[in-house]
Design a protein around this ligand. Sequence first.
Ligand SMILES: [Zn+2]
Length: 68
Amino acid sequence: MPEHYQRWVTETLSYCNSCRRITRHAVSGGRLAHCLEHGPKVNAQGESKAQAKRREAREKAKQNPTLF
Ligand SMILES: [Zn+2]
């Protein structure tokens, strides 16, 4: 089936290679556009990868106070 959508369709479900699962995708001009679920790169806590890394480092430092 060709990827063609009605004009009123603004999002659809499609497989995302980045998410490696079926996710919501934007539909723009009747064409399948970007994935809506990994767009803002945040985890379940709403953190970006950099933020998560910083938090993990902070928690590690807390758990091993004698290390420093
Ligand atoms: Zn995605």
